[in-house]
Design a protein around this ligand. Structure first.
Ligand code: ADP
Ligand code: ASP
Ligand code: MG
Length: 364
């Protein structure tokens, strides 16, 4: 049984959502689908929230309209019946009401922000489910992730309560999953008292493995805009090479030290429950991707990856690998572990250093 998660760029418009639906149609072992908000929507919700707090009426009016229109366009292009589009209007009206309350208070609490965040994933998952139905998929059920992902009340980066999630999944998902494809949201959860929470920005990957663990999946697929985890961010380092295999430890180290392709906590449930995690491109699924498992990567290279974190004028570049002894750099080493070594660099030199070091240490 597989869980498939589709990130923001994978569901950015009707055509992109269609590619995700083809992936699902081609693999009947995908039983549960986790979707992110459409591309950039979470950032847009943050901007709306700040405008509400600052009572910037003109910005709110204009951008709420654009937010609504963008999603109505996707609904039309997915050929979702017009009579159903009122569901989107309703969600946007609710969102608008919450923004009004923030304006009245002149205050944006972390709790209020979490509630606002939820609209991104709630709208995209509704579009995905209805769009899939209009494409002919019959046995399909949209469920609210908040009814399954119970968390503590640390708003903006809530901690999941694993035992409760398992119980919820038994109750809400098990009765349906044999006969229905389940569609749900990434990122969002709910406290035991009923308040909406989120797992942290970029946290939908983590939702996917939490769902995978709760339903006993053996594979979780993270579908994004690149065909796997690469030796370095392929956006900056054109020569970066995609890795066919990684261990949980290697992938977690890369994610927590800067590789944006995976949220850092994603591998926790996977490792705990022995779930294989696949990372691939929804744009070009035929390219394959990276498999993350308990077995160390079979890649023979000693140095596996290069990550970075920007921190103002200074940045940290980290090498990840099995044997990093041959890395000899005349600059401050700021951290070192069993499989990583981190170096402090000038942010103005970051991009060039990534390219240079990749060439120097990764060329076979
Ligand atoms: P999604 O919206 O699907 O969650 P993200 O933007 O969070 O996608 O992650 C994908 C992006 O991660 C890629 O476009 C790529 O630029 C970036 N990235 C950073 N480091 C790496 C890496 N080592 N391997 C692959 N992608 C990486
Ligand atoms: N939509 C959320 C974000 O952009 C979660 C995610 O996509 O992973 O942070
Ligand atoms: Mg992501």
């Amino acid at each position: 049984m597989k869980v498939a998660k589709f990130g923001g760029s994978s569901v950015r418009d009707a055509q992109a959502m269609g590619r995700c639906m083809s992936i699902i149609e081609n693999d009947p072992s995908i039983k549960l689908v986790v979707v992110s908000a459409t591309y950039n929507s979470t950032n847009e919700l943050e901007k709306l929230a700040i405008a509400a707090r600052d009572r910037d009426e003109a910005f709110l009016k204009e951008n709420l309209k654009l937010f609504l229109q963008k999603h109505l366009d996707i609904a039309s292009n997915l050929k979702i019946e017009k009579s159903l589009h009122s569901a989107i209007d309703q969600l946007i009206n609710e969102l608008s009401e919450e923004l009004k309350q923030i304006s009245q208070l002149g205050l944006l609490s972390p709790q209020a922000m979490d509630s606002l965040y939820s609209y991104g994933e709630r709208i995209s998952s509704w579009l995905f489910a209805e769009g899939f139905k209009s494409r002919g998929r019959k046995e399909l059920q949209l469920i609210d992730a908040r009814d399954v992902i119970t968390t503590d009340n640390t708003h903006n980066s809530a901690k999941p309560i694993i035992e409760q999630i398992r119980i919820n999944a038994q109750e809400k998902i098990s009765p349906l999953i044999k006969t229905h494809l389940i569609i749900t949201q990434g990122f969002i959860g709910k406290t035991e008292q009923g308040a909406t929470t989120v797992l942290g920005r970029e946290g939908s990957d983590f939702s996917a493995t939490l769902f995978g663990e709760a339903i006993g999946a053996d594979v979780v697929q993270i579908w994004t805009d690149v065909p796997g985890v690469a030796t370095a961010d392929p956006r900056l380092v054109k020569e970066a090479r995609y890795l066919s295999e990684l261990s949980y430890e290697e992938a977690t180290t890369m994610a927590s030290l800067g590789a944006k392709v995976l949220y850092s906590k994603t591998l926790e449930p996977a490792e705990r429950s022995g779930i294989k995690v696949f990372v691939g491109s929804s744009i070009q699924p035929e390219l394959g991707g990276t498999y993350i498992t308990s077995t160390p990567s079979s890649d023979s290279a000693d140095i596996i990856g290069l990550t970075f974190k920007k921190r103002g004028d200074e940045s940290v570049i980290t090498f990840i690998g099995k044997d990093l002894r041959k890395i000899d750099l005349e600059i401050p080493e700021v951290d070192r572990g069993d499989i990583h070594r981190s170096f402090l660099v000038d942010t103005s030199q970051l991009d060039q250093l990534l390219i240079d070091w990749h060439q120097r240490f990764f060329q076979k």
